[in-house]
Design a binder for this molecule. Structure first.
Ligand code: CP
Length: 365
């Protein structure tokens, strides 16, 4: 039984198939109107959402299925202390597929290990947001006609922006991609994205603080919000929040066919004046999100009887030897979970938490 926790749970062929199915749904919506008749999607949202939750719900309805769920942790039994694992077991009794958003990194992974139905990660803390990545890939494909040979700029909060991390990971699989990372010093991409995605894959990339200088080189500009909810210190947020504001004057520096994407919500980083510009694609991106989620729901429900791809088959694991130091890891709040690390580098004694993927160095290796 397949789940989608990380964009790498999908092969490149499966990504292509999902994009092709989404394009077919856009062309022939009536052909899909009853594909999920009698099926139920559970949307378990422990963190706020407009687009992801409602696009999942609209997607299931347009496939002829039904939707159950909750939109905040306080209206679920999580508020009474129920674990993610137990929640997943319970929902498996009521629904055919789960879409889960959770503030703790690795929570949807825990759900997938305990559910008897497919689980889709709808965003876990600052970690991953694979269905936003599918949305972004579909939008890039529809705007540019290809997913290769593109210069893609990411601007804003590259440290906490899970959509940025997932999209960079996904783009490492395509040829001819150049990445331009535009952020304040304090919000640069995390080391694991720089090393594991960009450097290991020999991706061409540059880091800059200057949006104006980068703009003329870009085929895609992926703007992001500076996320107030991820800052421990509100004064740091206040100082950084308006670091980049895309205006019509700045758009004049860009290529005539550059596409502007944004996972939304926006706060102040794209002036509403830019919305009229034909290069502004972020509302088309919202609509694409519904179609690619329709394609994904179909794919996962069709593959319900297939085994999950082998995981950690040859990996050396450390089990309950060290604790994850990431305060946003699901293991920081659910103490009964086994602490499991995959050994990634024996020479330098590096291992990686299987839930949140944060790296640690330990003498235990
Ligand atoms: N892009 C996105 O994840 O939006 P929501 O937070 O509204 O779901």
């Amino acid at each position: 039984m397949r789940s989608l926790i990380d964009i790498f749970d999908l092969s490149i062929e499966e990504l292509d198939e999902l994009i092709a199915t989404a394009n077919d749904i856009i062309e022939h919506p009536a052909a899909y109107a009853e594909k999920c008749k009698g099926k139920k999607l559970a949307t378990l949202f422990f963190e706020p959402s407009t687009r992801t939750r409602l696009s999942f719900e609209a997607a299931m309805m347009e496939l002829g299925g039904n939707v159950i769920g909750f939109s905040e942790a306080s209206s679920s039994s999580a508020s009474k202390g129920e674990s993610v694992a137990d929640t997943a077991k319970v929902i498996s009794c009521y629904a055919d597929i789960i879409a889960m958003r959770h503030p703790k990194e690795g929570a949807p992974y825990v759900a997938s290990k305990n559910a008897t139905i497919p689980v889709i990660n709808a965003g876990d803390g600052g970690h991953n947001h694979p269905t936003q990545t599918l949305t972004d890939l579909l939008t890039i494909y529809r705007e540019k006609g290809r997913l290769h040979d593109l210069t893609v700029g990411f601007c804003g909060d590259l440290k906490y922006g899970r959509t940025v991390h997932s999209l960079i990971s996904a783009l490492t699989r395509y040829t001819g991609i150049k990445i331009v990372l535009i952020s304040p010093e304090e919000l640069k991409i995390p080391g694991y994205v720089r090393f594991d995605d960009l450097e290991k894959n020999h991706m061409e990339y540059l880091e800059t603080t200057n949006l104006e200088e980068a703009l003329p080189t870009l085929d895609i500009l992926y703007m992001t919000r500076i996320q107030r909810e991820r800052f421990a210190d509100p004064f740091v947020y206040e100082r950084l929040k308006d670091s980049y504001i895309l205006t019509p004057e700045k758009m004049a520096l860009a290529k005539s066919d550059m596409a502007v994407l944004h996972p939304l919500p926006r706060v102040n980083e794209i002036s509403v004046q830019v919305d009229k510009d034909p290069r502004a694609c972020y509302f088309k991106q919202v609509l694409n999100g519904k179609y690619i989620r329709m394609a994904l729901i179909l794919r996962l429900l069709e593959s319900v009887d297939q085994p999950s791809p082998a995981e950690n088959e040859n990996a050396e694991l450390l089990i309950n030897t060290i604790r994850c130091q990431n305060p946003n890891c699901i293991t920081s709040v659910e103490q009964e979970l086994d602490q499991i690390f995959k050994v990634t580098d024996k020479e330098y004694h590096i291992c990686r938490c299987i839930y949140c993927e944060s790296k640690q160095q330990t003498k235990e290796i």
